[in-house]
Design a protein around this ligand. Structure first.
Ligand SMILES: Cc1cc2nc3c(=O)[nH]c(=O)nc-3n(C[C@H](O)[C@H](O)[C@H](O)COP(=O)(O)OP(=O)(O)OC[C@H]3O[C@@H](n4cnc5c(N)ncnc54)[C@H](O)[C@@H]3O)c2cc1C
Length: 310
C-alpha cells in the first residue's frame, strides 16, 4: 500500500557510509532533523571492506576500516538523528524532495543528501554470482591464509590487482594475473615486483569468459582478445579487482552525472537540482578518502543550514 507514512525531515541522507554519517553528525550540530536511509544491515559502507591499516585519517590511526568505523559510530551514537537500515528505495523525486521506499513508506525532506558511494565493478560472466565466497574471495589481506598451497587467479591491471598479487603469492602455490589490456595502470613499484615474481604468471589482452566448478571454483575459461583463442585453466581462488563504479543508477535522467556516472556537484556539494546534494565517493571527489567523505558531509550540512535559514 503506497503512502502509509509521511514524515518530513530537514534532511534525508541516502547512504550510511562515512559521508552520510558525517552529514548526520553535522545536521545534529546545527539543529537540523535528519534521517539516514541505508540499504545494508549495518552502517559504515566501504570502511567495512578495508582490511588494511588506515594510517592517513587525521587524528587517529586504525588497524582496519571496522575499527575506524566503530569510532565514528560511537561518536555519532551520542547525536540525534533517525535511521532506517535495510531499506530499498523505490523512487526519489528530486524536485519534490520525496523518497518512497519499496514498502510504501514515504519521506519528505527540505534537502536530500546523496551519499551512496561506490561498489566494486563486476566481470558479469557466468559463475561470478554462483561462486561468491565459494572460491571468489573478498580481499587479499583478509583471505591470505585461505589460499595457502592453492592456485589463485587475479583479474585486473591496477594497483589493487598488483598489490594483491604480491600479498597472495606469499602463501599460494601460484598466482595468475589476467588483464584485458596490454598496459597496466598499476604503479611501476608494484608491476616490477610482480613481473619478476617466480610464482606469478601474467596474461595481458585476456578476458575471463566463465567461472566453473562444483562445490567451489575449479576452473576459469580465458579468452585471448588479440587472437580470439580460448583456454581453460584450473584455479582454486579468484580475486576480482577491475575498479569501482558509483551507486547512482537511481539518479540517472534526473541529476547531472559525469561520463562515468558520478554525480556532478559544485564546491558546495550541490547537485544539478536545487536542494539536492551529493557527498563522498558518489560525487567523485579528487581524493576518494575518509577525510574527503567526512569533509563533504560537513560542507553539505553547513550549506543546507544556511540555505534553510535565509
Ligand atoms: C580497500 C580500501 C582501502 C581504503 N583505504 C583507505 C585509506 O587508507 N584511507 C582513506 O582515507 N580512505 C581509504 N579508502 C576509501 C574510503 O574508504 C572511502 O573513500 C570512503 O569510505 C567513502 O565513503 P562514502 O560514505 O562516500 O561511501 P561508501 O563507504 O561507499 O558508503 C556508501 C553507503 O551507501 C549505501 N548505499 C548505496 N546505495 C544506496 C541506496 N540506493 N539506498 C541506501 N543506501 C545506499 C551503501 O550500502 C553504503 O553503506 C579505502 C577504500 C577501500 C575499498
Amino acid at each position: 500500500m503506497l503512502d502509509q507514512t509521511r514524515v518530513k525531515f530537514d534532511v534525508v541522507i541516502v547512504g550510511g557510509g562515512i559521508a552520510g554519517l558525517s552529514t548526520a553528525l553535522w545536521c545534529d550540530e546545527l539543529g537540523l532533523s535528519a534521517l539516514i536511509l541505508e540499504e545494508k544491515k549495518e552502517l559504515g559502507g566501504q570502511l567495512l571492506w578495508v582490511h588494511n591499516e588506515i594510517k592517513n585519517y587525521p587524528g587517529r590511526e586504525a588497524k582496519n576500516g571496522r575499527e575506524l568505523c566503530d569510532a565514528f559510530l560511537e561518536q555519532i551514537g551520542k547525536r540525534q538523528f533517525e535511521l532506517r537500515l535495510q531499506v530499498r528505495i523505490a523512487k526519489i523525486d528530486p524536485e519534490k524532495k520525496e523518497i518512497l521506499l519499496a514498502d510504501g513508506t514515504k519521506f519528505a525532506a527540505r534537502a536530500v543528501v546523496i551519499a551512496t558511494g561506490i561498489r566494486r565493478r563486476k566481470l558479469n560472466v557466468a559463475g561470478e554470482d554462483e561462486f561468491q565466497e565459494r572460491g571468489i574471495i573478498e580481499s587479499g589481506k583478509k583471505n591470505a591464509d585461505s589460499v595457502a598451497g592453492k592456485k589463485v587467479l587475479i583479474v585486473g591491471g591496477g594497483d589493487a590487482a598488483f598489490e594483491n598479487a604480491l600479498i597472495l603469492s606469499e602463501a599460494a602455490e601460484s598466482v595468475t594475473l589476467v588483464h584485458r589490456r596490454k598496459d597496466f595502470r598499476a604503479r611501476p613499484e608494484f608491476t616490477e615486483k610482480v613481473k619478476n615474481h617466480p610464482k606469478v604468471t601474467i596474461f595481458t589482452e585476456t578476458a575471463v569468459q566463465k567461472i566453473s566448478g562444483g562445490e567451489r571454483v575449479e576452473s576459469v575459461e580465458l579468452k585471448n582478445l588479440s587472437n580470439g583463442e580460448t583456454r581453460k585453466i584450473a584455479v582454486d581462488a579468484i580475486l576480482i579487482r577491475i575498479g569501482v563504479e558509483p551507486n547512482t543508477e537511481q539518479f540517472r535522467g534526473t541529476l547531472e552525472l559525469d561520463e562515468n556516472g558520478y554525480i556532478e556537484v559544485n564546491r558546495n556539494c550541490e547537485a544539478s537540482i536545487k536542494g539536492i546534494f551529493a557527498v563522498g565517493d558518489a560525487a567523485n571527489p579528487l581524493a576518494p578518502t575518509v577525510s574527503s567523505a567526512a569533509g563533504m558531509g560537513a560542507t553539505a550540512a553547513k550549506v543546507i543550514f544556511s540555505l534553510l535559514n535565509l
